[in-house]
Design a protein. Structure first.
Length: 363
């Protein structure tokens, strides 16, 4: 089979958007950027459909004191985490321009149990009050060591980090966010999450040199144990076709967090760039299994099946993408290539069987 045009370009464009929001809460999940797949997502930021606002406050369940700097993730049930925010000094949080749909709000704060709130969004939501309950003991020896570290981060550093995240994700003010991340690092020099977010801000500004520098610093400070920074750097390197350098970073990220679809998909991307589709298939399939409703991942798997010349699987990948994103960023190109694959399969099925040898015919 002749390789179809341009799908690896799709994969490169998609994976350039696989930029993670490094968690301040315990490192138990990888977070997609709220701007990932801007035309294919179903959550934040649409100007083409009616949108709503979600706001509320987060407080301590016992004292009722409002919590400053708690992390709030807006997660679409069919599309992953769409946006992240941190509560203000009054415990307030807010998301704007949210499309109708099914969501969960996930609340996290070191020293507290995570909390989830389900939303069926069809109107503005105001005045939510979420109460977080403290863990049985913040000194619990069985608790994760990351919580101990996070509790040691000074409040000024966390405050600057929260402001930087808001500027980066909600305002797209990349220079402003970098200044806040730098302030966080001045207060807490080992703040590797801040270095990672700074690397992302530089990446959005198309300053690859500074982005790589900040991400490598994050990796060094975390002793190569922060998967988000590893994945972001792998994405940066793959975007400039440095696949051989990206592959060990993505592999390390998968080893640290096999449940990260970002890490799995970035590993597939690097292996595709190295023209190792047999290996890439395993990671692309793992990414799809982790996030089956993410349309972009079906294109990555399609790129794998293109290299493997597997037309039946490729057709399934295209159809799955179009079911999830019929008006998505790549929909017209996918339809065109889908039609070409269907025609090839039909031609193969309709090909006449070889005629029997005339030498065997009766005289």
């Amino acid at each position: 089979m002749r390789r179809g045009p341009g799908l690896l370009t799709f994969t490169t464009a998609l994976l350039a958007a696989f930029l993670l929001a490094a968690p301040l809460a315990a490192q138990r999940r990888s977070l997609p950027s709220p701007s990932s797949f801007p035309d294919d997502d179903i959550g934040i930021g649409s100007t083409r459909a009616r949108t709503f606002r979600v706001s509320g406050v987060v407080a301590d369940a016992e004292s009722q004191v409002r919590i400053n700097g708690a992390r709030v993730d807006l997660q679409a049930l069919a599309g992953g985490i769409q946006a992240s925010a941190f509560t203000s000094g009054n415990g307030d949080f807010q998301f704007n321009n949210v499309r109708p749909g099914s969501y969960e709000l996930v609340f996290a704060e070191p020293g507290y149990q995570d909390e989830r709130e389900h939303l069926e969004l069809d109107s503005n939501v105001f005045g939510m009050t979420i109460q977080l309950r403290r863990l049985a003991s913040s000194a619990n020896p069985g608790g994760p060591t990351v919580s101990v570290r996070e509790l040691a981060i000074p409040e000024k550093a966390r405050d600057a980090m929260g402001k930087g995240m808001g500027l980066l994700y909600q305002k797209s003010d990349y220079p402003g966010s970098i200044k806040q991340f730098q302030r966080a690092i001045q207060v807490y020099p080992k703040f590797y999450e801040a270095y990672a977010q700074m690397g992302l801000a530089y990446m959005r500004m198309k300053d690859g040199e500074q982005s790589e520098k900040a991400l490598r610093k994050s990796i060094d400070l975390s002793e190569e144990k922060f998967p988000d920074a590893l994945v972001m750097l792998a994405a940066l390197l793959s975007s400039t076709k440095r696949f051989a350098d990206a592959e060990p970073l993505a592999r390390k990220a998968v080893d640290l967090d096999a449940n990260s679809w970002h890490a799995q998909s970035e590993m597939a991307h690097a292996l595709l760039g190295l023209e190792r589709p047999d290996e890439a298939e395993k990671y692309a399939e793992a990414a799809v299994k982790l996030q089956p409703a993410n349309p972009a991942l079906h294109l990555i798997l399609a790129d794998v099946h293109m290299q493997l010349h597997n037309d039946p699987a490729l057709l399934d990948n295209f159809n799955n993408y179009l079911k999830l994103a019929p008006n998505g960023r790549f929909a017209s190109q996918v339809r065109e290539q889908r039609d070409q694959v269907q025609q090839r399969l039909q031609n193969t099925q309709a090909a006449p069987a070889a005629s029997p040898s005339t030498s065997n015919a009766n005289p």
